[in-house]
Design a binder for this molecule. Structure first.
Ligand code: SAM
Length: 216
């Protein structure tokens, strides 16, 4: 099978070991991730998927916030999952990790109550975003909910200007739908209802928004 193509967490594979340090130092990472977790309202026993979990910072925070959830982290990059695994073992947490080839998510239909995802979608070109959202829709249970934190179109021209730094780094094609404010309509296009922006964070790289939608 051919290797899946993807944009690494910090664009270049050799920068991956610096990901946690870079994001922690430059972004309000903890605030964004904690808000995502709070808004997702994780309940005991809920089946939760962290899509594009990277080094599992969000996955670990969610598990520590609500220890009785069953959480799985999935990522396309096996190298970053090794780092995630180290962190999870160090903390002694019961978190499943899996990689996949960017095609079909390795889960049955209607498997998860909550899907959470942080700073992944701006790495995906629009047709990939659509394919991934369709897969996420498939594995979400009826009445399950999707929560995505990622860059969106800001009302502030300054935030829009700042987002060009990330666009230059991660590519103008994958970030195009984010810059145009199309994330809610792409989420709706996959079948989710009521896509809304729940919260906005101004950052040095542009505005990060938390999107919520429901599968009915
Ligand atoms: C900027 S990092 C964010 C990691 C983590 N969610 C966080 O907030 O710390 C983006 C992640 O998306 C992953 N990714 C990129 N393309 C992907 C795809 N098609 N499917 C799943 N994960 C993908 C990358 O490997 C990387 O780990």
């Amino acid at each position: 099978m051919s290797e899946a193509k993807f944009v690494s967490a910090l664009r270049f594979k050799w920068l991956t070991p610096l990901y946690d340090f870079f994001v922690g130092a430059t972004m309000p990472e903890v605030s964004i991730k904690q808000s995502l977790i709070n808004i997702a309202y994780l309940t005991d026993g809920a089946a939760v998927l962290d899509f594009g979990c990277g080094t599992a910072t969000l996955t670990i925070m969610a598990k520590e916030h609500r220890p009785a959830i069953n959480i799985t982290g999935i990522d396309i990059d096996k190298t970053i999952l090794n780092k995630a695994e180290e962190k999870i073992i160090q903390k002694g947490l019961d978190i499943k990790l899996t990689d996949y080839n960017g095609e079909r998510l390795p889960f049955e239909d209607n498997s998860f109550d909550r899907i959470i995802s942080c700073l992944v979608f701006h790495h995906l070109e629009t047709p990939v975003k659509q394919k991934v959202l369709a897969e996420i829709f498939r594995v979400t249970k009826n009445n399950g909910q999707l929560f995505i934190a990622d860059f969106g179109r800001s009302e502030s021209w300054y935030q829009r200007l700042l987002f060009n730094m990330i666009r230059g780094l991660d590519g103008f094609k994958p970030t195009s739908a984010n810059a145009k404010g199309l994330i809610p309509s792409l989420i709706a296009g996959a079948g989710f209802i009521n896509p809304v922006i729940k919260k906005k964070f101004k950052t040095v790289f542009g505005e990060v928004q938390i999107f919520k939608a429901i599968k009915q």
